[in-house]
Ligand binder design. Structure first.
Ligand code: SF4
Length: 396
């Protein structure tokens, strides 16, 4: 099992609502690719192990009541796979889930009860609602399935109450609308209202604002903040936008290539990032409130997760890579109170040979050092991640 930064301590005390310990997910590679790799291995006189995609490796986290934890990383870092494991939509290869401190069975048993407590809001509000049904159908269905809301006038009152909680008023009008009659922000609010219908205690929000116009992101983020305050929900906020994570979350976990590389209180982690990858993410998200500008620039692209780089998975892109970085996985080191970074830079006692610069991230041969050999844009190359939602406004 790969060692990563341990999960941050939950704000507050007591047992977390939802806890994940060492969650790992490996996906089998498609048959055609598998046959190709087997042929290649035979040609080289070697026996091929069945290839797998190492999507998530040994991730632990805890979601406390009335707390927001953000998981930040670029596309392919394993964020959404992690959310789906937490929602029990896919079965982990290893690791366990605990709800209120009690282990959740790995089998499908108890899935409906679990779904009442833990709800998932998906990224795309355009496809997460059925276009042939109106809002009334989307809200009534979970209420009926879970025996909530009653019938007739009671059901109607439950549905209008849900829409008012997500600030879609007058609710009676919205109940009659179809998804194509709603804006992106309104659709996402309906999706959140549908998740709230079963009175969950944990909300897993998988990039809930990334497909919305910048101008309406702030409204949906503020809605999540209100749900934390009013309903004491434990929220997992998944995003590639570290600026919105700082705005909304108490704790940030940074994922790279399926592993947690840094975690800590949101303000500390973004003001004083320790891991080079976090610094790279922040350098791509300008923030006028940041005390000092970050000068680190990096290039490259995410690695193949079928053959992830040895040692630190970031080493082919890291401007600080040392000899040891390609040889061994860095342990999590506490760099400040509850602030953990998985980087050899923060481990003391290395020999001079281990500290020797590897040159992995410098020079013209660096593209060849990357497993896929590509030089596609990434947050450090381009114009940057979307601006902070704090600059946006509310949808109409
Ligand atoms: Fe990884 Fe080494 Fe760079 Fe730290 S210094 S991020 S361990 S490659």
């Amino acid at each position: 099992m790969t060692e990563t930064a341990p999960s941050p301590a939950a704000p507050g005390t007591g047992v977390p609502l939802l806890e994940a310990r060492g969650l790992t997910k490996h996906f089998a590679v498609h048959h055609a690719q598998r046959r190709g790799r087997a042929r290649l291995a035979r040609a080289r006189g070697r026996r091929a192990d069945p290839p797998v995609v190492h999507a998530v490796e040994d991730v632990s986290l805890s979601l406390p009541e009335s707390g927001i934890t953000a998981v930040v990383g670029e596309s392919g870092s394993g964020k959404s796979t992690l959310a789906r494991m937490l929602a029990r939509l896919i079965t982990p290869t290893a690791g366990e889930l605990l709800l209120d401190g009690s282990p959740v069975p790995a089998q499908s048993r108890g899935r409906r009860e679990y779904a009442r407590d833990v709800q998932l809001v998906l990224q795309d509000p355009f496809s997460s609602l059925n276009p042939v049904h109106d809002v009334r159908y989307h809200l009534a269905r979970p209420l009926r399935i879970h025996g909530l809301g009653g019938q007739g006038a009671d059901l109607e009152a439950a549905m209008t109450g849900l829409l008012e909680r997500v600030s879609l008023t007058p609710a009676e009008q919205f109940l009659r609308k179809y998804p194509h009659e709603l804006s992106g922000g309104q659709r996402q609010r309906v999706a959140i209202a549908r998740a709230l219908a079963v009175r969950p205690r944990v909300l897993l929000a998988d990039e809930p604002v990334s497909m919305l116009d910048v101008s309406i992101r702030l409204g949906v983020l503020n809605l999540l903040g209100d749900l934390r305050e009013r309903d004491r929900l434990g929220i997992l906020y998944i995003t590639h936008d570290i600026a919105s994570a700082r705005y909304l979350a108490d704790v940030i976990m940074v994922m790279y290539a399926g592993q947690v590389v840094e975690s800590g209180p949101a303000v500390t982690l973004t003001d004083e990032p320790a891991h080079p990858y976090t610094r790279l993410l922040l350098s791509a998200a300008p923030d006028p409130d940041r005390p000092a500008p970050l000068s680190l620039q990096g290039r490259g692209s995410p690695p193949s997760l079928v053959d992830p780089p040895s040692g630190c998975r970031f080493h082919p892109r890291c401007p600080h890579a040392m000899a040891i970085c390609a040889e061994a996985t860095p342990p999590g080191s506490e760099v400040a109170d509850r602030h953990v970074s998985a980087c050899w830079l923060h481990v003391s006692g290395l020999t001079a040979a281990q500290r020797q610069a590897s040159g992995a991230a410098t020079g013209p041969s660096r593209a060849a050092a990357r497993p896929n050999g590509l030089d596609t844009p990434h947050p450090g190359d381009g114009p940057g991640l979307p601006p902070s939602p704090a600059t946006g406004g509310e949808e109409s």
